[in-house]
Design a protein around this ligand. Sequence first.
Ligand SMILES: Nc1nc2c(ncn2[C@@H]2O[C@H](COP(=O)(O)OP(=O)(O)OP(=O)(O)O)[C@@H](O)[C@H]2O)c(=O)[nH]1
Length: 377
Amino acid sequence: MSFLERARAERQGRIEALEENAIAEPEPDVQATSAPVEVPGIAFDEGFIWSAEVLAAQGRRPEDVSIEEITWLKRLRQGLDKTRRSLINQLRSIVGQGPLNQEAVLEIEALLLQADVGVEATDEIISRLQNKLREETLPPDQAIAYLKSILRDMLDRPGGQAYDPLFMPEKDRLNIWLITGVNGAGKTTTIGKLAHISQKSGYRTLIAAADTFRAAAVEQVKVWGQRSGTEAIANPGKNTDPAAVVFDAIAAAQSRNTELLLVDTAGRLQNKKNLMEELSKIRRIIDKKAPEAHVESLLVLDATLGQNGLRQAEVFSQAAKLSGVVLTKLDGTAKGGVALAVVQQLGLPIRFIGAGEGIEDLRPFSSYEFVEALISG
Ligand SMILES: Nc1nc2c(ncn2[C@@H]2O[C@H](COP(=O)(O)OP(=O)(O)OP(=O)(O)O)[C@@H](O)[C@H]2O)c(=O)[nH]1
């Protein structure tokens, strides 16, 4: 019985086979009952089934799917619960009524704006929907499916350009990921989670603790590094120049054949000018000291801030030559639609999303999974 079939069987209270390596065979009398089977650590609930279906729809083979992935998708779906609940039912009733009239357009517009999709992205969604519904009348399910395809397309083409959705460090080469964002956005946590993913994936990993502005930041990133056995290079002196820390960390990375160097940076300086100067300097050091490296500059954005977070992005965009975004705190916000605004307004791909404070709560971004979590009823 396949993974997906098992999940479906559970829906009817009949698990006939259980997950290899995590689960023992159930007792015969348990199989005979219609009560849900309890498996330590795994809840075969509605979220589980949904997650299994989403993975299967992407062509994932059941034997290659891990429990971590299922758990993550459940968490993502739960996280987007608030956004989804306010969107889905109302969207269904509006979109299912055939060619959109002006009144319906205004209603959809309001819903999308409420989910922090942003004006520009909302305009685009509405006009694409209108064009389609002008040509043909779609039943609600097809209209929702079409809406999903619009959202996926927008997320997959930041600034109207297709990009490579696979995002990982190149093997046997130094990759430097500069992590920027305002304080509290989740930079340190994200670095800890990225170090964990990187180590698990077999990359030699190092952290540069270059947020020297805030006293506790260096200690904090070191502690996160320890959780995955990743060393953090820091300068012991007070009031250290962060560019000097980056310089030392690059030297260490080069001598150790490090494959991924994660650079933590300060998010708040006395003023915007200082922040920009510091980030520009760090960026210059990286480009000069490690011309052989593959550099990515990722902005960490707190999804709970919605549109306000985007305004902050402009500062970082100029100074750090941003190439992508990590969207954090998607658990428990009603502003999950901000992902579309990020891609549309900043023209940057979302590379990772965070939905929790634990070390496993960060995953590479998948537009398919995100849209399903956002809009599936
Ligand atoms: N719920 C939730 N909380 C998160 C997530 N990511 C980070 N946080 C929390 O957000 C808070 C700030 O995270 P940090 O990683 O310290 O943020 P920072 O940007 O490094 O900020 P500073 O440490 O002040 O420089 C912490 O309490 C984290 O646990 C997430 O995806 N979900």
